[in-house]
Design a protein. Structure first.
Length: 364
């Protein structure tokens, strides 16, 4: 793998951001000398609130990136929508050449901004300018691997394991409500790699089991265990299934084949989808698993459905931008700003709100 001359500092050091003045700024470092670049070159970690990012002007290799649309929005930046409906804001200083809806961007910039560029035409940057090089050969994408129905049956029916999320839900809802929710989403418990963990199975619209996401929760409050590290894993990794190719889908996607009429409501957290299916069963609740998974490939199976997004507090603008690009590609999708209120903490989601209201009603 090529070593980049400039990268964002990988240490835990943070500095005051030149834009928002918060101590959330990660500087660019010269990997040859170990020294930081100028004070304005870096990225703010407050992705939703600030989004400041200024990078060095050039890297070593450039790739030709295709966009669905690419337009100038100021004298400093372009706005590009990629094939997955993701919106990128690109400094004009980083665009080495532009051809309609595609442009040449430095490799280090693509890497630090999570672009998919493997297999794209490339050029080498040197003192003489841009020199064409052959398109690198790329292996075709691997076929996805699926878990067997027998594995799910064994974990759900034959050898069930109690999990902490289930225990928490029993304190909030009736036994019948909890049973129906668990059966609807086929949620199971697992003791590997952590005791009493929860498995959220990703089952697509053709009832193929694409993966099982393992998460550990606190049984007393349903909060995820994040210390001393984020307790997230996958069934194929826990079972050491070598050669398993994970190809994710929306959590709860299998339900769209059973319900053709209900409005689809999408949240970020799998836990939130399960809880909201109890509070508001008139919607069909799905989850992306993380905010970055709100992309065209994962939403293709529900393109013809009416969809409402419910982003966590602080993520409205991020999901609204993605929804705008998806609508441009024929999706019937809207975004709710229901949680965007000053009294709600950053990251506050629908489950937090409804559980809080439910607990208050129970007290009185």
């Amino acid at each position: 793998m090529e070593n980049f001359r400039y990268t964002l500092d990988k240490s835990s050091k943070k500095y005051n951001c030149p834009n928002c003045q918060k101590k959330t700024f990660v500087k660019y470092v010269n990997n040859e000398t170990g020294n930081y670049l100028t004070e304005d070159l870096g990225r703010c970690d407050r992705e939703s609130k600030c989004s400041y990012h200024k990078a060095p002007e050039k890297g070593k290799t450039a790739y030709l990136i295709n966009f669905l649309s690419l337009e100038s929005i100021s004298n400093k930046a372009y706005k590009g929508v990629d094939e997955n409906g993701v919106i990128h804001f690109i400094p004009k200083s980083q665009i080495l050449d532009i051809e309609k809806n595609r442009c040449w961007l430095p490799e280090w910039f693509l890497q630090t901004n999570d672009f998919l560029f493997t297999g794209c035409p490339s050029k080498i940057i040197n003192s003489g300018g841009l020199v064409n090089t052959p398109i690198p050969s790329v292996e075709p994408p691997k076929e996805p691997t699926f878990h067997s129905l027998e594995l799910l049956n064994e974990m759900y029916y034959d050898n069930p394991v109690n999990d902490n999320l289930l225990e928490f839900l029993k304190t909030q809802f009736t036994a019948e409500e909890v049973f129906q929710a668990m059966q609807k989403y086929l949620i199971t418990g697992i003791n590997n790699p952590w005791p009493n963990s929860t498995v959220f199975w990703q089952i697509d619209q053709k009832e193929r089991i694409r993966g099982g996401k393992i998460m550990l929760y606190n049984a007393s409050n349903s909060k995820r265990v994040k210390e001393p590290y984020n307790h997230i894993n996958w069934v194929h990794k826990a079972r050491k299934e070598e050669g398993f190719t994970l190809n994710q889908c929306l959590f709860g996607l299998h339900l769209v084949s059973e319900d053709y009429d209900s409005t689809i409501a999408i949240v970020e957290s799998e836990k939130t989808a399960v809880i909201m299916s109890i509070f508001l069963p008139q919607f069909l609740w799905l989850a992306t698993g993380n905010k970055q998974n709100l992309k065209q490939d994962l939403l293709k199976p529900i393109k013809k459905r009416q969809v409402v997004l419910y982003p966590d507090n602080g993520e409205f603008e991020f999901w609204n931008n993605k929804a705008e690009a998806l609508r441009a590609n024929g999706f019937n999708i809207s975004v709710s700003d229901f949680l965007e209120k000053p009294e709600n903490k950053l990251g506050f989601d629908l489950a937090d709100l409804f559980l809080k209201q439910n607990q208050l009603e129970t007290q009185f």
